[in-house]
Design a protein. Structure first.
Length: 254
């Protein structure tokens, strides 16, 4: 992205955003509330578009133009907002297979092959939710719903996963389980773009860090250069120290 400008309603979210996310490794975008993280995610997923200014450049995987369906075959998205769109009486299986059509559930005009259904069950087995396939999504726990959305995002075997606040509203056990799943996906070669204000959600295998503040890039670069106590203190406007715990970096107030 070069000199990207975005307005949402009357609010100017980005006025001159210039940043890059490498396609060959996993990244995290970290920033306080109101920094523009959710808007950035919508730009990447083509739910929003930058204003067509001269000098603006915005390419995804080297291309300025995409058919949205084609792009979403290559990038799976998991977010609380997407989770809130679930139709409560849809079965978990319906939610997962709807990923083939990028819809919120299955509809009468959609057709699914036996191979697609097998792929859905296989994905649910991996995430330990296959036994819930016929349950209505609204009756499941938040952690189970999050894994259902992850299974949906993975159904097309995308190269990239876009994760927005991945452990929001999850309890301690569900958080631990979910982060281990994400680590495993990175080990399998998936590239993750993780958007969060919680540093402890970012696995050590996420190598590229972008810090976002007030709609601007505060810093970006390799993890070891960006994640310093001084930089994180300046980002969140409070004195912080960093501690390594079980492969994750945690911020603690001084």
């Amino acid at each position: 992205m070069t000199s990207v400008r975005v307005k949402r309603g009357e609010s100017q979210v980005f006025s001159d955003l210039t940043m890059s996310l490498p396609a060959d490794r996993s990244s995290a975008v970290i920033g306080p509330n109101g920094s523009g993280k959710s808007t950035l995610l919508k730009l990447i997923n083509r739910e929003l578009y930058p204003m067509p200014d001269s000098g603006t450049e915005f390419k995804i995987l080297g291309r300025p133009l995409w058919h949205v369906d084609e792009l979403r075959q290559r990038m799976g998205v998991v977010s609380q907002e997407h989770q809130s769109r679930f139709i409560a009486d849809a079965s978990l299986l319906q939610v997962v297979v709807s990923g083939f059509y990028a819809s919120v559930t299955t509809w009468a005009h959609q057709r699914y092959s036996s191979d697609q259904l097998d792929a859905a069950y296989s994905q649910m087995e991996v995430l330990d939710i296959a036994h819930l396939a016929e349950r209505e999504i609204g009756t499941l726990s938040t952690g189970q719903q999050r894994r259902a959305l992850l299974a949906k995002a993975l159904i097309n075997d995308p190269e990239f996963l876009i994760l927005d606040e991945p452990t929001a509203a999850l309890d301690v056990n569900a958080t631990h389980t979910y982060l281990k799943i994400i680590e495993g996906l990175i080990d399998q070669g998936k590239k993750v773009v993780l958007v969060t204000h919680h540093l402890e959600e970012v696995p050590a295998k996420v190598e590229w860090i972008v810090l976002l503040k007030e709609g601007r890039v505060f810093a970006q670069g390799p993890r070891e250069e960006i994640l310093t106590p001084q930089r994180m203190s300046d980002l969140f406007d409070m004195r912080l120290k960093l501690e390594e715990r079980g492969g994750y970096t945690t911020m603690l107030p001084l």
